[in-house]
Design a protein around this ligand. Structure first.
Ligand code: NFS
Ligand code: SF4
Length: 657
């Protein structure tokens, strides 16, 4: 396992170019220095990560401790209660899974609450926008759709999906989408989720002092809880959002800070739940508010997204995206943001002081997330525009009274994003015979070596975007098709890799497929809850046939190269439990050469699941992922086909070019 100390000790003078590869962010960090504004990078520089915590070798689950074990001699000591290093690490890991899963499932449940109120007619500002998707989702879990009204189907769908959260016994509804053999593995291990609330509760219980003290037993509940996120909470969030707001299909989008406009009222929405953003779009298009902006001297209202909120509307409405997680403070330094409106998750408290420096209103909207120093305007789904109109009015007033010097980095990149599962199906198979068969065929014949999901956050402990971009470049060069969600896809969009033209960076086989279909080698598919779209695609690949009987058989891998949140750990665990080899970068909360480490990084695979991997360097990461893909190809007996493909003269010429 590679050395975890990834943060070079910060000397007095920091070279900003060592912190990020995002040019716009670099420019803003320079300005922040001049303006005397502090960001997460400054704090990361002066905050040495606690080495014991980084190794997950400490426990503070009770007041007999906190207990710290020594990572260099992990079995030399136990906690006051007698807890071993494996118990301590697995319990800590369990709590990360529980927190991450809770975040996604609570988000999903909010979407379901909204759906219920829309279906019951109590909320009229939103409606079912995609009845085709409604029917498809209903059918996928066994709801009768023939000769029934949309309302009736929707009511049944609500009842069914509610079980994802509240059911105490049985299997969550979307277990029906899991390939038979994968489901069998789960059943054998006793980890098919019952309901997310129950799984999270049980995991919190079991990781309490003096309960589950067998790491092999704890990992099962980690998987069960994580699966109730991936195939439960997150999947419900994605499906309901599609039904209410539309299923994405590819659109050309603009990314990077150059999307801000000096002569317009700039509003940024940052967070995760699409409903706030949907209403903000309405408010920003309201003629009376546009007029008010004009009366205030602006040319118009310019709405942009960031992080996962941004990723949701980017793929649904082609709203410009100003940057990923590590650029949220930097964007305020432009002085051009007239309001930043947030809901939940990944919202740094540090935003409040940066916003204050530039007199940008930072507005919280969700009762779950208030920030000291920020203005709270509660978003109520029954009257959503009350909140979003007020945000726009506040932004207009800030525009009129702008005092901060405005400097907008003139960088704007174009990407094509919005490759939902449904669209990939259509793109490959045509409108009448939508199908994943061409994808499987191209994997079997070796043009496409395998599929990788590269997802997740950015993290000030590593150079922003660098690991994402280098890893993805390396993967596509070796004919691996890349699917992306969350902040990672914004890194790649800024690097210009999410356009069909980027096919020239792909290996000969993948390039040929991309050119034939007219798709980019890197497919942006949505926000982090939309990782569920990757699970659905993987299931479909198994069902189409020719690539084994379970997700674990597929030449497919996952990675979160710059992760930072507990949600990422939960996502990683549900990919692993679903059968995928999943590599994390930056750091990993584990001590090498412990039984817990061996279980996560090797043992789980032997039980028929996927496994974890860890690497800091993107090239090493790519090597591990490609080796795994090749291993799976060999097991499937399709490694020979690939050799033949690459043997033809054209490809050989290409390869030496
Ligand atoms: Ni995902 Fe989205 Fe971004 Fe990371 Fe945060 S915004 S849910 S957690 S930082 S990718
Ligand atoms: Fe220490 Fe055990 Fe308490 Fe953890 S649960 S703090 S290891 S005594």
């Amino acid at each position: 396992m590679p050395e975890k100390k990834i943060v070079p000790k910060r000397k007095k003078e920091v070279n900003i170019r060592d912190l990020t590869t995002c040019e716009a962010t670099i420019q803003m960090l320079e300005k922040a220095k001049v303006d005397g504004v502090e960001t997460a990078w400054d704090r990361a520089g002066s905050m040495k990560a606690c080495p014991i915590g980084a190794d997950s070798a400490c426990c503070k689950h009770c007041a007999m401790g906190p207990c710290r074990l020594n990572a260099r001699d992990p079995y030399g000591k136990v906690g006051v209660c007698g807890a071993t290093i494996d118990t301590i690490q697995s319990r800590n890991f369990a709590r990360m899974v529980a927190a991450g899963g809770a975040a996604h499932t609570d988000h999903g449940m909010s979407m379901l609450d909204l759906f219920r109120e829309v279906v019951n007619g109590n909320i009229t500002d939103y409606k079912i926008k995609d009845p085709v998707k409604l029917e498809e989702v209903a059918r996928s879990i066994g709801i009768e759709t023939v000769d029934r009204s949309m309302e009736d189907i929707a009511k049944d769908l609500y009842e069914e999906l509610e079980r994802t959260y509240t059911q105490v016994e049985g299997e969550i509804p979307f277990a029906k989408r899991v390939p038979e053999k994968t489901l069998e593995t789960w059943r054998k291990a006793g980890i098919v989720p019952r309901g997310a609330m129950r799984e999270i509760m049980e995991l919190m219980h079991r990781s309490h002092m003096g309960v589950d003290q067998d790491y092999e037993n704890i990992v099962k509940q980690c998987s069960r809880t994580a699966l109730s996120d991936g195939w439960g909470g997150s999947m419900v969030a994605t499906e309901i959002s599609d039904i209410l707001f539309g299923t994405p299909s590819p659109v050309a989008i603009e990314v990077n800070m150059g999307v801000l406009k000096e002569d317009q009222v700039n509003i940024i929405v940052h967070g995760h739940e699409p409903n706030l953003f949907e209403s903000m779009i309405e408010s920003c298009n309201d003629p009376s508010l546009i007029q008010a902006a004009k009366d205030g001297g602006a040319k118009g209202i310019n709405l942009c997204g960031m992080c996962c909120s941004g990723a949701e509307v980017l793929v649904r409405h082609a709203i410009p995206h100003a940057g990923n997680f590590m650029s949220t403070e930097a964007v305020l330094v432009t002085g051009a943001v007239d309001a930043m409106c947030v809901d939940v998750q990944c919202i740094k408290q540090g935003l409040a002081s940066v916003a204050d420096c530039y007199k940008t209103p930072l507005i919280t909207t969700n009762p779950r997330c208030r920030i000291e120093g920020a203005t709270h305007i509660q978003f109520e789904e029954h009257e959503p525009k009350e909140c979003t109109d007020e945000v726009v009015i506040k932004a207009i007033s800030r525009f009129k009274n702008r005092t901060a010097t405005v400097e907008i980095p003139q960088r704007k990149d174009i990407g094509v994003h919005g490759f939902s599962y449904e669209y990939i199906n259509y793109m490959l198979g045509g409108s009448f015979r939508g199908s994943f068969t061409p994808l499987n065929d191209n994997i079997i014949n070796g043009r496409i070596r395998g599929v990788a999901g590269v997802v997740g956050c950015t993290n000030p402990r590593v150079k922003q975007d660098y690991v994402h971009v280098e890893l993805v470049k390396e993967l596509i060069k070796h004919d691996v098709l890349v699917l992306q969600t969350g902040c990672s896809q914004i890194a790649l969009a800024k690097a210009g890799l999410t356009t069909p033209e980027a096919a020239h960076l792909a290996g000969p086989g993948l390039r040929e497929v991309c050119e034939t279909v007219g798709m980019p080698p890197v497919l942006g598919i949505g926000s982090c809850v939309d990782n569920s779209r990757i699970l659905i695609a993987a299931s479909e690949m198994v069902k189409v046939g020719g690539l084994g009987n379970s997700i674990a058989d597929l030449p497919a891998v996952g990675a979160a190269p710059e992760w930072m949140s507990e949600k990422a750990i939960c996502i990683g665990q549900y990919f692993v439990a679903s059968g995928v080899f999943t590599v994390f970068g930056a750091t990993f909360p584990i001590v090498e050469d412990t039984k817990w480490h061996k279980l996560l990084f090797d043992g789980l695979e032997k039980q028929g699941f996927g496994k974890w991997g860890f690497a800091v360097d993107p090239h090493e990461m790519a090597k591990m992922m490609i080796a795994h893909i090749d291993k799976k190809r060999a097991e499937l007996g399709i490694d020979k086909a690939r050799e033949r493909v690459l043997m033809d003269m054209d490809s050989r010429r290409e390869m030496s070019a």
